[in-house]
Ligand binder design. Structure first.
Ligand SMILES: [Zn+2]
Ligand SMILES: [Zn+2]
Length: 176
């Protein structure tokens, strides 16, 4: 997601509330990251002068394709990430302590690449525990059946130790 610097500077100079629409394909942002998909992303960023720089803030929406931790099935998670970027050619980055992601522009930088801030905003929304649904039943540890699709006969047998030898035979038969 590259934007011409002149476009942002013009919007900022115009004063008041200016909105910059962003959109693109998640695959471009997420090379090698979890959640990489062909889904689109989009959002609106407010453009405002901020000190000697320009601040872009707003949100970006997309859908991450994840793998369920319990049943190992892929699922889609809609996410909205908060974006807050400060573009400046005048800030000493080592002394910067604002909340915005700082992008320092050199005199030759005519294009501003928002890929990293957008990607980071979306990846922050990755849940620690990835579940296709809150009550996902997962896979049977014995036969590997996806228990969301129905139960298997392992559990009833495993609850009773007397059936353990039978369960072994059953597993061998299923593998054969
Ligand atoms: Zn699941
Ligand atoms: Zn089973």
């Amino acid at each position: 997601m590259r934007i011409a610097r002149s476009e942002i500077e013009t919007a900022s100079l115009a004063g008041g509330e200016r909105t910059l629409s962003i959109s693109g394909n998640l695959g471009e942002l997420m090379a090698g990251e979890p959640g990489r998909t062909a889904h689109a992303y989009s959002g609106d960023l407010r453009v405002r002068p901020h000190g000697r720089g320009i601040r872009l803030s707003g949100s970006v929406e997309s859908t991450l394709s994840l793998m369920c931790d319990r049943c190992a099935q892929p699922y889609d998670l809609p996410v909205t990430g908060e974006v807050d970027v400060l573009l400046s050619d005048a800030i000493d980055a080592s002394g910067y302590s604002g909340d915005s992601v700082l992008v320092v522009l050199g005199p030759e930088d005519n294009w501003i690449d928002l890929a990293n801030p957008l990607r980071d905003a979306l990846l922050l929304e990755l849940p620690q525990k990835r579940l296709c649904r809150s009550d996902c039943k997962g896979l049977c540890p014995h036969c590997g059946k996806n228990l969301n699709e129905g139960s298997c006969s392992c559990e009833a047998l495993a609850q009773d130790d007397r059936w353990a030898p039978l369960l072994d035979i059953k597993r061998k038969l299923e593998r054969a």
